[in-house]
Write a protein that binds this ligand. Structure first.
Ligand code: FES
Length: 514
C-alpha cells in the first residue's frame, strides 16, 4: 500500500483503490468448456453482479463472465456515493425531457438506493453503509442562480431537500442544494455478499479472465470466448462498461469516456457528515469513510476525456493542493482513478439493443453515478428478462433519440473522435526509447514507426504498437497509472499491452521485447 520511503503527505507511488486494498474479493476460474444457460451476463461490476443476483433468485440459470478480475473496473474505483443527486441535473433534464420523464429518472435512482439499503439491512451486510445528505455546493456567483434553479426543480419533482447558503463544510460556500437521506458505503463487501449468495444459494456460475469476443444472434444466442468456448443462452446481457458488442447500437459514436482521480487522506480538520460535490469546475467531490477504524476523506475530481488530459499526475497534485488548503492533509493513504462513460443525452442506455433482437440487452453510460444507476439497470433488466413491465423502460431505452440536445453533441463527439484518429496518426514523436529514465513512458519511434515505450523499475524497456486494437486510434501515455489510454472510446492497456478496459478486446502489439 503506502510506500514507506516517501513522506506521508506525498502521493503514494502506485495507484491503488482503498476499496480493493481493504477488502477481500472472491476469485473464480476461467471458462474451459462449452456451457448452456438461460442468461449470460458479460461484465462483473455492480450492474452485472446485481443482475446475476436478481435473476438467479428468480430461478434462472445464470453465467456471469468477466474479462479480468471481478469488481476491478469502475465499481472497485468509485467514490461509492449512493445518491440520486447526480450533480446539477434535474433542472436541465426538465428542460430537455419534461417533468414527467425527469421524475421517472429520480424515481429509478431512489428505488435503487432503497434496494441497496434494504438488502444491506435485511442481510446485515457489513459494508460501512450510512445514510447521508448529499450536497451540491458553489463558491461562484455565476452558479448561485443555477443552484436556485436546481432547487426549484427539486420542489417541482417533490424531491426532499433544501437550498442553503453554507454547506456544513469546514470552508465557506456561497450556496448549496441538499438532497436528504442519500447514502454511502464500501461497494466491495456489499457486492461480495451478492456474489456469494448468487453462487452458493442459487447456483450462478462465474468465470473470470474470460473474454467474450463475438456473438451469434438468435434464440438462443451464442457467445464465443477468446479461448474458443461457447456460451449458449436465451438472453445475453452486456454490463461490460462499453458494450462488448455494438449490435447496431452505435455506442462508439454515442458515448465518450472520462477519467477522474481520487485521493484517500487523513485530514487535520474534522470532516462533517454528508457527501459533497462542487457545482463549478474544477469539480471537487468529498465524502468520509472509515478504514480499519481510522477516518479518511475521499477527495475526487479533475475529470477529463480519457487519453486527452495533461500529465495525469498533475490531476492528483491538484486534488492534493485543494485538500491541503481546505482540510489540511496529514497523510495521503491511497490514490486511484476511475473511468466513466457519458451518453449523448446524459441518460444511461439500459434495455434491448434492437427490437428484432429482444434477447440482447445492454446496460451502460452511468456518467459518474454507477452505484445507483448500475443498480437501477439491474432492477430494470430483471423485469425485462422476466417479462414484467417497468415504468423506466422507455426512458432508458438504448434506441431512443432525443434529437434536440443530442444531435449537436453527436456531431461534435464524432468529430472529436475523427480528430483524435487523425491527430494521433500525425502526432509529434517526442523521445527516443534509449532516453527514457526508470519508470518513464512516452511515445517514441521504433523501427521507423510511432510506438509507445516504458522503462520499468528494473530498467527493462517495453515497447508496444500504439495503434488501438479497437478501431485504430492512437493511444497516449498516462503517467499517473502507467497505462496506454485511447482518446477515442476509452480503451486502456497496461505498459505490456494487455487490455485493462475495453471496448478493445485484443492487446496492443508488442514491439519489444519480442
Ligand atoms: Fe475505440 Fe481505441 S477505444 S479506437
Amino acid at each position: 500500500m503506502l510506500n514507506n520511503e516517501l513522506p506521508k503527505e506525498n502521493l503514494p507511488q502506485f495507484p491503488e483503490s482503498l476499496w480493493i486494498a481493504s477488502s477481500s474479493i472472491p476469485s473464480f476460474p476461467k471458462l474451459t468448456n462449452n456451457i448452456k444457460v438461460d442468461v449470460a451476463i458479460v461484465g462483473a461490476g455492480i450492474s452485472g453482479v446485481t443482475t446475476a443476483y436478481l435473476l438467479s433468485k428468480q430461478g434462472l440459470k445464470v453465467a456471469l463472465i468477466e474479462a479480468g478480475k471481478m469488481l476491478n473496473g469502475t465499481t472497485g474505483h468509485t467514490t461509492a456515493k449512493i445518491t440520486a443527486q447526480h450533480d446539477l441535473i434535474y433542472n436541465e433534464f426538465i428542460s430537455h425531457f419534461g417533468e414527467e420523464q425527469t421524475k421517472l429518472y429520480y424515481e429509478a435512482n431512489r428505488e435503487a438506493l432503497h434496494f441497496i439499503k434494504q438488502t444491506v439491512h435485511e442481510h446485515q451486510i457489513l459494508c460501512d453503509f450510512s445514510e447521508e445528505d448529499a450536497y451540491v455546493y458553489t463558491n461562484s456567483d455565476d452558479y448561485e442562480q443555477k443552484l436556485a434553479a436546481e432547487y426549484s426543480a427539486y420542489e417541482a419533482l417533490e424531491i426532499p431537500g433544501a437550498y442553503i447558503k453554507q454547506a456544513p463544510l469546514p470552508f465557506p460556500t456561497k450556496a448549496a442544494v441538499v438532497m436528504r437521506n442519500q447514502a454511502q458505503f464500501n461497494p466491495i463487501p456489499y457486492l461480495t455478499y451478492l456474489v456469494n449468495d448468487a453462487v452458493q444459494q442459487q447456483g450462478c456460475q462465474i468465470y473470470e479472465h474470460t473474454t467474450a469476443v463475438s456473438m451469434e444472434k438468435g434464440n438462443p444466442a451464442t457467445l464465443f470466448t477468446k479461448e474458443g468456448y461457447r456460451i449458449t443462452s436465451d438472453y445475453v446481457i452486456s454490463c461490460s462498461h462499453f458494450p462488448f458488442i455494438d449490435g447496431g447500437g452505435f455506442y462508439f459514436a454515442k458515448m465518450h469516456a472520462r477519467r477522474a482521480y481520487i485521493l484517500a487522506v487523513k485530514t487535520a480538520k474534522p470532516f462533517p457528515r454528508g457527501m459533497f460535490i462542487s457545482a463549478e469546475e474544477p469539480k471537487r467531490s468529498l465524502r468520509s469513510t472509515t478504514v480499519n477504524g481510522e477516518s479518511m476523506v475521499l477527495i475526487a475530481g479533475e475529470s477529463h476525456k480519457t487519453g486527452q488530459g495533461i500529465c495525469t499526475l498533475q490531476h492528483y497534485e491538484a486534488l492534493k493542493m485543494f485538500g491541503e488548503e481546505q482540510l489540511g492533509i496529514k497523510e495521503i493513504n491511497y490514490r486511484w482513478s476511475a473511468q466513466d462513460l457519458v451518453t449523448l443525452d446524459k441518460l444511461p442506455y439500459i434495455g434491448q439493443t434492437a427490437s428484432d433482437d429482444p434477447n440482447i440487452l445492454v446496460a451502460t453510460g452511468y456518467k459518474k453515478w454507477g452505484m445507483t444507476t448500475g443498480t437501477a439497470a439491474a432492477l430494470l433488466i430483471e423485469k425485462l428478462v422476466t417479462g414484467k413491465k417497468s415504468p423506466y423502460q422507455e426512458l432508458f431505452k438504448p434506441a431512443r433519440f432525443h434529437a434536440d440536445p443530442s444531435l449537436k453533441t453527436f456531431i461534435v463527439q464524432n468529430a472529436d473522435v475523427v480528430n483524435h484518429f487523425v491527430s494521433g496518426k500525425l502526432g509529434m514523436i517526442f523521445k527516443n526509447p534509449e532516453e527514457l529514465n526508470i519508470d518513464e513512458g512516452a511515445v517514441v519511434r521504433a523501427n521507423g514507426k510511432r510506438a509507445g515505450a516504458y522503462r520499468d523499475q528494473q530498467g527493462q524497456l517495453h515497447i508496444v504498437d500504439t495503434t488501438c486494437t479497437h478501431m485504430g486510434c492512437e493511444v497516449e501515455w498516462n503517467d499517473g497509472e502507467r497505462t496506454w489510454d485511447c482518446p477515442c472510446h476509452g480503451s486502456r492497456f497496461s505498459y505490456r499491452g494487455e487490455v485493462l478496459e475495453g471496448p478493445a478486446k485484443k492487446p496492443l502489439k508488442i514491439v519489444f521485447p519480442e
